[in-house]
Design a binder for this molecule. Structure first.
Ligand SMILES: [Zn+2]
Length: 447
């Protein structure tokens, strides 16, 4: 067969009876998009002696033959395969072709390729090249940089909707954020938690660059593998370049990732960024900021259904709850106050519901009505009580409940789930799936 030995760059679309000698750089499962989706294929990246990289795919039906044989880093002799054009979006290599295993494919380990094959190959791009690729969905390049901080939402045991974000300092000293999701997040979290010394260099393969709010973010993909420090030759050369010695005062990564059990504190700019960049999830954060305005376009309270807490619809003679399908509902007055809050990084719109306001002011909404001048029939249309208006200018530290709503285009405000007073214990993470009640029984901003 040695006569038929060709290079990856010689391949053309169609059935190939030639042999290529390749190193399997890495492999991963391709699954259907649904969470916990079924495996459709195993995808691979192959490298030959000319340093040509090409993706390859093994359909799930053929895995029985090949899967036990797939070892990253190993060199194989590959014969009897199909060559097709690869997906032109999210390209994993510079080649426009893809190798598809067929029933007649043989993929056999060899120890002595005709020409030595490099150990690794990456498609690193520098910061300005990444800027050009961002949001194009054309390429999934590789990222290398210094890892300076890690944030993790993972609890013990890991729950659904996990996320690990790392701050990576790129070639021009600009910090970017790399975010991994779900199983990849759990894996990297555990790896970091077990490392005796915090890693300094991070190589992340096949990441998707996104530009959001003038900042560069990278999302992990199915093909993303993470290598630390000297696990790669590329990382080792950056590691030993001496550049690291210039850094001082870096936050130790491991310590950060190990402190995940607390609710994270975010600046308001980070909170705004988070809902733009992370995947939809339920998560709580702590923010501190000064009230810059009380928004009264929608009033300060509403008449809620005593049963379901949703807003009642008022007709001349009765109150109707559409949710409970009750035209004669019992109404309870509840607070709902929109507040703009700013810190030095930015401003956000928040909403404080009944439980939060009542606790803060030690007064229920129906009691507050008594403080209002006059005798309005519809208190929800009256001016806010003075103590509500007086919140402006105050600085609060508060817990924010971020939910799926905040990740939608309708995102209007963040729900304050509690305001922390002095001496309050550090809040513990409250990871809830959905439908969980917040303090007012109304888990959204849709009152
Ligand atoms: Zn109701």
């Amino acid at each position: 067969m040695a006569d038929d030995l060709v290079f990856l760059s010689d391949l053309q679309a169609g059935h190939s009876s030639s042999t290529v000698e390749v190193r399997l750089l890495r492999s991963w499962d391709a699954r259907t998009l649904r969470r916990g989706g079924e495996r459709m294929s195993v995808e691979m990246l192959l490298l030959d002696s000319q340093a040509t990289m090409m993706p390859a795919s093994v359909n799930v039906n053929r895995l029985a033959t090949h899967q036990t044989n797939l070892e990253a880093g190993t060199v194989y002799s590959l014969t009897g395969f199909e060559v097709t054009r690869c997906n032109q979006d999210y390209r994993l290599s510079d080649s426009s072709l893809l190798i598809r295993f067929t029933d007649s494919t043989t993929f056999e380990k060899i120890t002595d390729p005709a020409v030595p094959i490099p150990l690794e190959s990456f498609r690193f791009r520098n910061y300005s090249e990444m800027l050009r690729l961002a949001n194009s969905n054309n390429q999934l390049p590789d990222l290398i940089g210094k890892i300076t901080a890690v944030k993790s939402t993972i609890t013990e045991p890991p729950l659904d909707k996990n996320r690990v974000s790392a701050t990576i300092k790129m070639d021009n000293d600009t910090s970017v954020t790399l975010t991994l999701f779900d199983a990849q997040a759990v894996k990297i979290h555990n790896q970091l938690a077990q490392m005796a010394v915090d890693p300094r260099i991070c190589v992340a393969t096949s990441v998707n660059p996104r530009m959001v709010g003038g900042r560069l973010f990278f999302n992990g993909t199915a093909g993303t593998h993470i290598h630390f420090d000297v696990e790669t030759v590329a990382g080792e050369s950056l590691f030993s370049s001496g550049l690291l010695e210039q850094d001082t005062g870096l936050a130790p990564v491991g310590r950060l990732v190990r402190s995940f059990a607390k609710v994270e504190t975010l600046s308001i700019a980070e909170l705004n960024d988070f809902v733009l960049n992370a995947s939809s999830q339920n998560i709580d954060f702590i923010c501190t900021g000064k009230v810059t305005g009380i928004k009264l376009d929608k009033g300060w309270c509403y008449v809620s259904c005593a049963k379901c807490f949703r807003k009642l619809h008022r007709s001349v003679s009765s109150l109707t709850c559409l949710s409970c399908n009750n035209t004669d509902a019992v109404g309870i007055l509840r607070y709902c106050v929109e507040i703009s809050i700013a810190d030095e990084t930015g401003e956000g719109l928040f909403v404080a519901f009944d439980g939060v306001m009542a606790k803060l002011h030690n007064m229920r909404a129906h009691e507050a009505v008594n403080l209002l001048p006059g005798n309005d029939v519809n208190p929800e249309e009256s001016d806010a009580p003075q103590f509500v208006l007086d919140m402006e200018g105050n600085t609060y530290t508060f817990q924010v409940k971020v939910g799926p709503y905040n990740f939608t285009a309708n995102n209007h405000s963040f729900t304050i789930s509690r305001i922390l007073g002095e001496g309050d214990p550090e809040p513990q993470p409250a990871f809830v799936d959905d439908g969980a009640a917040d303090d007012n029984g109304d888990d959204n901003n849709d009152v």
